[in-house]
Design a protein around this ligand. Structure first.
Ligand code: ZN
Length: 241
């Protein structure tokens, strides 16, 4: 089976559509690792588009924030604005859907979680040290995470954790090496490449193919301007940070 792995769409419909078009006909189902909403201008549209496809999805910290499941004062001012704006436009249908999402799932041989196995909603796995600790918190060979918006594979080799930054179209073979994998972000990449980031997981060949696709960033930005979103959130999209 081929699985489209996406994370951190962040209500960016143009980016999500570009990913679906780029990967069209190449996958059987979608695994979404959370943060469907927050930051971007199209929360309802993104959720509706995801629901059109066979999929499973997790809930992320931004999804929790719009559901009032966490104190948004832990967010910076720009992110707080985005949460409040999202709450103001969220339909009952979208809210009901978001309320059903878990923060972690086990789909052997994969554990799926938004942030980290240790703290499914909050912890950022940005370095080998944090990754090393987290290998103790899941039992499957592999763990898929989002949250940092940075694509990476942390391989656990002889008790050392070695980060691997995949290049576009790299196909990693999943073997005896345990790993924590992040597909990057669809709607707000933060690795200095503004293109939408995603991956294709082939569970027969056990390969992880890393992908990037350009999307009309200006389209998303102009909608954000109309929504009164903070300029920093608008500008960051074209820089990929
Ligand atoms: Zn996110």
């Amino acid at each position: 089976m081929s699985i489209l792995i996406i994370s951190d769409i962040h209500a960016n419909l143009a980016a999500f559509q570009a990913v679906l078009e780029d990967a069209a006909g190449q996958w059987d189902t979608i695994w979404c690792l959370g943060d469907l909403v927050g930051y971007g201008p199209n929360p309802n549209e993104c959720v509706n588009l995801l629901k059109e496809h066979d999929h499973i999805s997790l809930s992320g910290n931004h999804d929790w924030a719009v559901l009032d499941r966490l104190d948004i004062h832990s967010f910076n001012d720009d992110a707080q604005y985005a949460v409040k704006w999202t709450q103001s436009v969220l339909t009952d249908e979208t809210r009901t859907y978001l309320e059903t999402l878990p923060t972690a799932l086990i789909k052997p041989p994969f554990t799926l979680t938004h942030a980290s196995p240790r703290q499914p909603v909050w912890e950022y796995i940005l370095d080998s040290y944090t990754a090393a600790i987290n290998f103790e918190y899941f039992d499957t060979p592999y763990c898929l995470v989002g949250h940092t918006h940075v694509p990476v594979i942390f391989n656990q080799e002889n008790k050392q954790v070695v980060p691997y930054r995949p290049q576009e179209h790299d196909k990693a073979q999943l073997d005896d090496t345990r790993c924590i994998i992040n597909p990057g972000s669809v709607g707000q990449p933060r690795d200095a490449d503004p293109r939408a980031s995603y991956a294709l997981l082939d569970t027969d060949k056990m390969t992880w193919e890393y992908r990037r696709v350009a999307y009309p960033i200006a389209e998303t930005q102009s909608q954000m301007r109309e929504s009164g979103m903070p300029i920093k959130l608008i500008n960051r999209l074209e820089h990929g940070w």
